[in-house]
Design a protein around this ligand. Structure first.
Ligand code: AMP
Length: 218
């Protein structure tokens, strides 16, 4: 049986950090729509240019191109065992699209951990976040600084601040989240797939709660 996990939660809730840990524990593929867009931006593709114009303002990239990009990724054979979806779906239209794609493969979303944290924590996390250029490892100058300023502990590459990780854009992203993504909580609750996880805890404790929700032993 394939396992498709949708990590739900606002920007800054810790979805990316937890996804990185979960892929180690489960061997599933990690699909981050934000990372896929950043890859397109880096490669200067047409989709990258379009996505950049929305991302820089903290707005969502339109559903049609986002759905096409993620559907293509999830349809590749390495995702046949399942995947961890991080940052997708973010709208009801996207949620229905992924349901239909998975149903066509004879499967469906398995479980939806919903990671929550208070807004002031989210803004502090987003605006203090530094990301490694080579592999996307994430640091925070308040909560989890690198050993050497500006350098990734894991791969030694340069750390940079995403242009949507400013206080202003972080606030806009949280507002967009409330408007467009919060309805997904009810959508998945009605399907009995939602499991609430307290994100305002040490990283290891959040992982422990997630593994318990997924029925996986650490
Ligand atoms: P993230 O890395 O998940 O925080 O995403 C960064 C930005 O990429 C978001 O603020 C959006 O502009 C865009 N983005 C990522 N995932 C989606 C999605 N599922 N739908 C629309 N836009 C997205």
């Amino acid at each position: 049986m394939a396992t498709y996990i949708v990590l739900l939660g606002s920007p800054g809730a810790g979805k990316g950090t937890q996804a990185d840990i979960l892929i180690e524990q489960t061997g599933l593929e990690h699909i981050s729509s934000g990372d896929l867009f950043r890859e397109h931006i880096r490669k200067k593709t047409e989709l990258g240019q379009l996505a950049d114009s929305y991302m820089g303002k903290g707005e969502l990239v339109p559903d049609d191109v986002t759905i096409a990009m993620v559907t293509e990724r999830i349809s590749s054979p390495d995702c046949d065992r399942g995947a961890i979806l991080d940052g997708f779906p973010r709208t009801l239209v996207q949620a229905e699209a992924i349901r239909i794609t998975l149903n066509e493969k004879g499967t469906d979303v398995t479980v939806v951990p919903y990671i929550t944290a208070p807004e002031e924590i989210l803004i502090a996390r987003l605006s203090g976040r530094w990301t490694c250029r080579a592999s996307g490892h994430v640091y925070n100058n308040l909560y989890s600084p690198p050993a050497q300023k500006g350098i990734c502990d894991i791969c030694g590459s340069e750390l940079y601040q995403r242009n949507d990780d400013t206080v202003e854009t972080a606030k806009k992203r949280l507002q967009v989240y409330t408007e467009k993504t919060l309805p997904l909580i009810n959508y998945y609750r009605k399907q009995n797939k939602l499991v609430k996880i307290q994100g305002n805890q040490p990283i290891e404790k959040v992982t422990e709660d997630l593994l318990a929700a997924l029925n996986i032993e650490a």
